[in-house]
Design a protein around this ligand. Structure first.
Ligand SMILES: [Zn+2]
Length: 377
C-alpha cells in the first residue's frame, strides 16, 4: 500500500471525536515526529486526555524565521450520519479515500508525517515546528489555550494550516462569537397572567431585535476584503429555551445566538450594538447578556513568502478566504501569519462519506516536502 495511505489508515483508526481523549493519537504523532529527529513537547491544558503536540527540529533562534505547520487532531462525530462504510476504517473506492477526518484533517497530518521523514535531520537550517492541536472542531479550544498560556520561545512567524481547501491558498476567515441573552420574567398561574411577567413574550421582542440586526448586517457588505464571496457578518439566532408548563406564565427565557465577525474587525461590535438596542429591560423583564465564547478571525497580509511557496502548488492560483473558522485566529495572536492550504474539500467534511482524493493526498506529501525544504533547509 502507498505509505501515506497506510499512515492515514492509522490516524483515522483513532476515534478522536472532539470532547473525547486523544492521548493515543497524540502519542502516535509524537512518536512519528521523534522518529524523524524532532524534539517533542506536550502542551497540556490541564484537562485529562487533552494535549497539543509541539514538535520541533532545526536551530531555534527565536527570531521568527522558519515555519510552523499546524493541524487539529480531533474530528466531528459520526452518529446519525448515513455512512456507506465504517467511518474509522479508511476505505478506497473510485480513487477516493473515505473515512472520518480523511479531509478534515488527518490526510494533511499523514502527508506531513511522511514528508518530514524524507528530509535528513541535519538538513534544517531554520526551525520547523509542528503544532498538532485538540478540540478545534468545538471552538478552537486547544489553540486558544496555547495562545493564552504559551510561555516558551517565540515560534516561527510563517504558519501553514492544512485544512481542506482543495489546494487553494486562503489568507483570511471570519471569527465566531457565541452569546446568550437571558430574559427574566415573573411566574404566575396562567389564569392570572396580569400577576406575572411573561418572559417568552418579552424574549420574542428580543429575538425580533436580533433578527433585525442580522438582516442589517447581511445587507452591509464591506469593500476591503475582496477574497470573500460574501463579505458580511453572518448572524444566527440559534437556540431558544423557556417555559415549564401550559398553565404557568414563564419566568425565564434564554436565547443563544452566534455571529461571524469579519476578518480583522473588532469581534465585539455586533454584540455591543445588539445590547444597546435591546437595553437592560423589555416589557418590565430584565435582560442579562453574556458572551459565551470568541473564536478570533484571521487576516494575514497578502504577499508573504509562505504564500509564494504554497501558491506554486495551488490548483487555483487566486488567493481566497475560508468561510469557516480555524486555529489560525488564535495562532495569529501568538505572532504567526497563518495561511490555510490543504488536500480535500471542505464541502465533504463533517458529512457522511467524507473523503480525500487519493491522488491529492499523494501529491500533498510532495508539496509538504517541497514547502518545508524551501522554508527551512
Ligand atoms: Zn478542520
Amino acid at each position: 500500500m502507498v505509505p501515506v495511505v497506510e499512515e492515514l489508515r492509522r490516524l483515522v483508526a483513532f476515534p478522536t471525536v472532539s470532547n473525547r481523549p486523544l492521548t493515543e493519537l497524540a502519542a502516535h504523532l509524537a512518536t512519528r515526529a521523534e522518529e524523524a529527529g524532532f524534539r517533542v513537547e506536550r502542551f497540556e491544558p490541564g484537562e485529562a486526555g487533552k494535549c497539543t503536540v509541539i514538535a520541533s527540529i532545526g536551530p531555534s533562534e527565536g527570531d521568527g524565521a522558519g515555519l510552523v505547520v499546524s493541524g487539529h487532531m480531533d474530528v466531528v462525530p459520526t452518529e446519525g450520519q448515513p455512512w456507506s462504510s465504517d467511518p474509522f476504517v479508511v476505505t478506497e473506492r473510485d480513487g477516493k479515500l473515505f473515512g472520518r477526518g480523511t479531509a478534515d484533517m488527518k490526510g494533511f497530518l499523514a502527508a506531513v508525517c511522511l514528508a518530514v521523514a524524507r528530509i535528513p535531520r541535519d538538513a534544517f537550517r531554520r526551525e520547523l515546528v509542528l503544532v498538532w492541536t485538540h478540540d478545534e472542531e468545538v471552538g478552537c479550544l486547544g489553540s486558544a489555550q496555547l495562545a493564552a498560556r504559551w510561555q516558551g520561545r517565540p515560534l516561527p512567524r510563517a504558519c501553514w494550516i492544512g485544512e481542506p481547501t482543495g489546494l487553494r491558498v486562503l489568507r483570511m476567515h471570519p471569527g465566531h462569537v457565541g452569546a446568550e441573552l437571558e430574559v427574566v420574567g415573573q411566574a404566575a398561574h396562567s389564569s392570572r397572567p396580569d400577576l406575572g411577567r411573561n418572559a417568552i413574550v418579552a424574549a420574542s421582542r428580543v429575538v425580533a431585535q436580533a433578527a433585525a440586526l442580522g438582516a442589517e448586517l447581511a445587507a452591509s457588505p464591506v469593500d476591503d476584503l475582496p477574497e470573500m464571496d460574501h463579505p458580511v457578518v453572518a448572524f444566527n439566532v440559534a437556540e431558544i429555551q423557556g417555559g415549564v408548563a401550559l398553565n404557568v406564565v414563564p419566568d425565564h427565557c434564554r436565547i443563544k445566538l452566534g455571529y461571524r465577525p469579519l476578518p480583522g474587525r473588532d469581534p465585539h461590535v455586533p454584540w455591543e450594538e445588539l445590547r444597546r438596542r435591546v437595553g437592560g429591560e423589555v416589557d418590565g423583564c430584565p435582560v442579562h447578556g453574556r458572551i459565551l465564547r470568541v473564536t478570533p478571525s484571521m487576516l494575514t497580509p497578502a504577499g508573504t513568502a509562505l504564500e509564494g511557496l504554497l501558491r506554486t502548488h495551488a490548483d487555483d492560483p487566486r488567493l481566497g478566504a475560508a468561510t469557516f473558522a480555524t486555529d489560525g485566529g488564535n495562532l495569529a495572536k501568538m505572532g504567526m501569519q497563518p495561511l490555510i492550504f490543504g488536500p480535500g474539500a471542505i464541502e465533504v467534511a463533517h458529512k457522511a462519506d467524507e473523503f480525500v482524493p487519493a491522488a491529492d493526498l499523494v501529491r500533498a506529501v510532495d508539496i509538504a516536502e517541497d514547502v518545508i525544504r524551501r522554508a527551512c533547509c
